[in-house]
Ligand binder design. Structure first.
Ligand code: SF4
Length: 342
């Protein structure tokens, strides 16, 4: 048996004894694995755990998710960020119900909104034990180190080489009785635990005998650095209009706008007699965007009818929302701002 196959076998045994207990692992159904994989895109396991349990409790099946209003799904997502994932999940659930069940091939999964090659491979290998490769950030770190894969010939060559190693690993696993669901999860788990960005635990690692970066004494030199991000600067001036009863006026963003379907502050203050009582500046980063937001805070003395509170203002996408319990989907920066005003 080659030294690589011996290492793969050792990785499988390591996983058996070291895997973390995660809620989507004990019942690896299509629905649970799919939801967990979407939540885990760009988000750490520790952050996802409480969201996953609550989400599954609220939408226990794909049918329940498909039938729910998109607003409820966005509300359950509040705090996880990258809301396009929640919108895609909702749209995908409707598609899956309409087609009569979950896809069972890579090609079919790739037609589902929000699912790329990594997610398709992860879902199929974990649920059906299919021979499918995966390549997320954790697996990339492990494989780039084991094979010292660099970016010298560009990003696409780099990624293609890693995918080839990922396929070789899963096929090697089959030869030594480490099935795809074990092998792929073991690679992810090793990347998430032992093979960390800083100070990997190489002495204890089941792949140390074949790891070239470790052998060369430079595990932390991999994965090779990416080109710096090209930031897009976004500058906004918004109006936060408060009434005298602890409510804020929000606007629902349209389907074609940035932050679609989320509730946000207004571009214009509709109350000409309102008094400006302050200004706050917020700076934050979302994917490639560096956002700088100036929020003008206005107070209107207009007396609201009781019936108007908490319901959409007729004929528009405006709504008065309680500052104390703003139960509408919104981004984290707005939620934080409202907490300071409550
Ligand atoms: S030996 Fe070290 S660098 Fe190589 S895969 Fe294991 S933990 Fe990562």
């Amino acid at each position: 048996m080659s030294k690589h196959l011996i290492a793969i076998k050792a990785l499988g045994a390591w996983f058996q004894h070291n895997q973390r207990i995660l809620p989507w692992r004990d019942q690896p159904t299509f629905y649970r694995v799919w939801i967990s994989e979407i939540m885990l895109q760009q988000t750490q396991v520790a952050t996802v755990l409480p969201y996953f349990e609550k989400f599954i409790a609220k939408f226990p099946t794909v049918e329940a998710l498909a039938a729910a209003p998109v607003e409820d799904v966005l509300l359950s997502w509040a705090g996880l960020g990258y809301y396009s994932r929640a919108r895609n999940l909702h749209q995908a659930a409707q598609l899956i119900v309409a087609r009569g069940g979950f896809p069972e091939t890579r090609e079919e999964w790739l037609e589902i909104p929000g699912v790329g090659p990594y997610t398709a491979g992860a879902i199929l290998s974990v649920t059906l034990n299919k021979v499918e490769a995966i390549l997320d950030g954790n697996v990339e770190r492990v494989l780039s180190r084991v094979f010292r894969v660099d970016r010298g010939r560009g990003d696409s060559v780099y990624k293609a080489r890693l995918w080839r190693w990922a396929w070789a690993a899963v096929r090697g696993g089959v030869r030594v009785n480490v099935p795809p669901n074990q092998l792929n999860q073991a690679l992810m788990e090793l990347g998430a635990t032992f093979c960390s960005y800083r100070k990997p635990k190489c002495e204890l690692c089941p792949l140390s005998s074949v790891c070239k970066a470790y052998g060369a004494g430079e595990p932390e030199a991999y994965p090779p650095k990416k080109k710096p991000k090209q930031w897009v600067k976004v500058e906004e001036r918004l109006h936060c209009v408060l009434d005298g009863s602890g409510r804020v006026l929000l606007r629902k963003r349209g389907k074609d706008e940035w932050r679609a379907d989320l509730w946000d502050l207004l571009e214009e203050n509709p109350y000409k007699n309102a008094e400006k009582i302050g200004e706050q500046e917020q700076r934050y980063v979302v994917t490639r965007h560096k956002v700088s937001r100036v929020v003008e805070i206005w107070k209107t003395s207009r007396v609201l009818k009781a019936a108007e509170a908490g319901v959409a203002v007729e004929g528009s996408q405006l709504q008065w929302v309680s500052l104390q319990s703003p139960e509408v989907p919104m981004g984290s920066p707005l939620r934080k701002l409202l907490q300071t005003l409550n």
